[in-house]
Ligand binder design. Structure first.
Ligand SMILES: [Zn+2]
Length: 68
């Protein structure tokens, strides 16, 4: 399943932030970018625990990477 992934600054491994629904009708689409719409983040970023090393880091929306 395609997902938005983040790269952990501690262990440098990526982990899934959000899985993108395979049903196109449920998939948010960004008409401006012509890609899947990124999930919303608060303006100051979001503290998320890494799925690999369990360290919590601050992430910003622009750090999301689309992974098929
Ligand atoms: Zn990590």
């Amino acid at each position: 399943m395609p997902s938005w992934v983040l790269v952990c600054p501690e262990c440098k491994q990526d982990f899934a932030h959000t899985e993108i629904p395979t049903d196109p009708k449920r998939r948010p689409f960004d008409r401006f970018l012509g890609t899947e719409a990124k999930p919303e983040f608060p303006p100051g970023g979001l503290r998320i625990e890494c799925a690999n090393c369990r360290k919590t880091s601050l992430f910003h929306r622009y750090q999301l990477i689309y992974r098929r």
